[in-house]
Design a binder for this molecule. Structure first.
Ligand code: ADP
Length: 485
């Protein structure tokens, strides 16, 4: 089967969050399955891969219509294991400091940047003669690909048998633009109806995908149900989702167990596994306290956070409570995003340098050390499509403290019985609930046997991609077969 993955980010080339981990991991696992050929398309942002990959020009250039202009796309390529990675180049659109935004906010031409990318993917695949059985698209940035296939490209024989599968990683980000974008994208006004591309007078890239993709997936079973049946989770698209109920599947994300392996993690002082986690984690905790100027004390509970700073993540609730727990807990937060939250975290750290450390920005190495050194990992999200951080934390023996929502609900078990629990969970991201679970954690931490039982449960979990990758491939087959009919 020929699989084309179109995404706006993929680890290790370009990453702002979990989306990149997932697209990168999927490309690799699909390519290792039997009888598959995988091509991954990404935009060529500035510093793709931090210079670690040497990209080769893929020859020639082609033109992409954008409204009544044309823009030039060129391509470069790198072979990444069995995956051929193609980068769509256009310096005006992609050679910028950020991937989606600058300090002042989202780039104003994000509609053009990603309609250009989506169309360049379809033209680029033709250019290299790669006729996919399935195009797997991810989130709004590639949401127009399924729409193009069924409108502008529906009579293109190259794509006559190509199916599209669209994966929702976060329905809160939809790519909503004014109706003028419809013309920039090259669609006709005939398609500007509520059943097709129109969305409250404008165009919504994610909705376009939900209407036109052959099959739709999202990243956990619980989120699949939340976005259909709970309007506060559907962000205005629950109605559209309900039309596609029989084509929507929740497939839980996995983590790359090679990248996230405490036994071989070179960012840690010393590796550890299930048998040796007590010594390994103690060393990682001490090193982290040292590195961040915190009090070196094994009896304090080290609470880690590695996260986008966004309302979604509920960290404002944690921030409110943190001062109450500073006699028992230390907080280490690595994150970037909301400047208000960053300022408040910075101020708390300044007032309590031995108990709170805040590092702003994106730091892969420090993230690894936080997972390794933390006793608990706090993620009181308001919603969480899947969440990778809690799975990484569990693999590293840091017990997650989560809200029962989306993928957090599907991966973290907490029922008051340590032997059946692998973390802690609350129903709502509210101060009262978080306070009481943190209180419970403080008392349980002294009860080593039970604590270690939970750590072992967490570390033993299966977070690999195996089963989920099989589920995707099965769906790809179904989607491809439907196109053959
Ligand atoms: P989301 O995709 O909503 O951001 P996930 O939990 O699915 O959240 O994935 C987050 C991923 O990004 C994890 O791999 C996490 O370690 C990483 N990450 C988030 N923020 C940072 C940061 N500031 N520095 C390094 N890694 C980060």
């Amino acid at each position: 089967m020929k699989i084309l993955i179109a995404a706006s980010e993929a680890f290790p080339f370009c990453k702002t969050g979990g989306l990149a981990d997932v697209t990168g991991a999927l490309a690799q696992v699909f390519s290792r399955a039997e009888d598959t050929e995988v091509v991954l398309f990404l935009p060529r942002y500035r510093n793709v891969g931090g210079g670690a990959f040497s990209l080769k020009a893929a020859g020639g250039s082609f033109l992409i219509p954008v409204g009544n202009r044309v823009e030039t796309a060129t391509m470069s390529r790198v072979q990444w294991g069995k995956v051929a990675v193609y980068f769509i180049e256009n310096p005006k659109y992609f050679d910028r400091p950020g991937m989606y935004r600058a300090a002042g906010g989202d780039y104003e031409d994000n509609d053009e940047r990603f309609l250009f990318f989506s169309r360049a993917v379809l033209e680029g695949a033709k250019f290299i003669g790669f006729k996919p059985d399935v195009i797997h698209c991810h989130d709004w940035q590639t949401g127009l690909v399924p729409a193009y296939l069924r409108t502008l490209y529906r009579i293109d024989s190259f794509y006559a048998k190509t199916a599209s599968v669209f994966t929702i990683h976060n329905i809160a980000y939809q790519g909503m633009f004014p109706k003028e974008t419809l013309l920039k994208a090259g669609f006709s006004w005939l398609d500007f109806t509520p059943e097709r591309l129109e969305f409250y007078g404008g165009i919504n890239f994610m909705k376009s995908a939900l209407v036109f993709a052959d099959l739709i997936t999202t990243v956990s079973p619980t989120y699949a149900s939340e976005i259909q049946y709970r309007p506060e989770f559907g962000h205005g698209l629950d109605g559209v989702m309900k039309h596609r109920t029989s084509d929507l599947f929740g497939i839980l994300n996995g983590i790359d167990e090679e990248i996230w392996d405490p036994a071989t993690d070179t960012f840690l002082e010393r590796g550890y596994e299930l048998k040796s986690f007590q010594r390994g984690k103690a060393a990682a905790k001490k090193a982290l306290q040292n590195e961040l100027g915190l009090e070196e004390n094994k009896d304090l509970i080290l609470a880690g956070v590695v996260s986008r700073l966004d309302h979604q993540k509920g960290l404002d609730v944690l921030l409110k409570l943190a001062p109450e727990f500073l006699d028992k807990l230390q907080f280490v937060v690595l994150g970037s995003g909301d400047p208000g939250l960053a300022d408040a975290l910075g101020a708390l750290a300044l007032q309590n340098p031995k108990r709170v450390a805040f590092r702003s920005g994106f730091d892969e190495a420090l993230a690894h050390r936080i997972y390794g050194g933390s006793d608990i990992f706090v993620m009181p999200s308001r919603f969480e499509p899947c969440g990778l951080s809690q799975m990484i934390a569990m693999r590293y023996g840091a017990l997650p403290v989560v809200t029962r929502t989306g993928g957090l609900k599907d991966t973290v078990y907490y029922n008051g019985e340590p032997k059946d629990s692998n973390g802690f969970a609350i129903d709502n991201p509210e101060a009262g609930e978080l306070r009481s679970v943190l209180g419970h954690i403080v008392s349980l931490f002294g009860w080593r046997e039970n604590w270690n039982l939970m750590v072992r449960n967490a570390m033993r979990g299966d977070y690999a991609w195996g089963k989920s990758a099989e589920a995707y491939l099965k769906l790809f087959n179904i989607a491809a077969q439907r196109r053959q009919l």
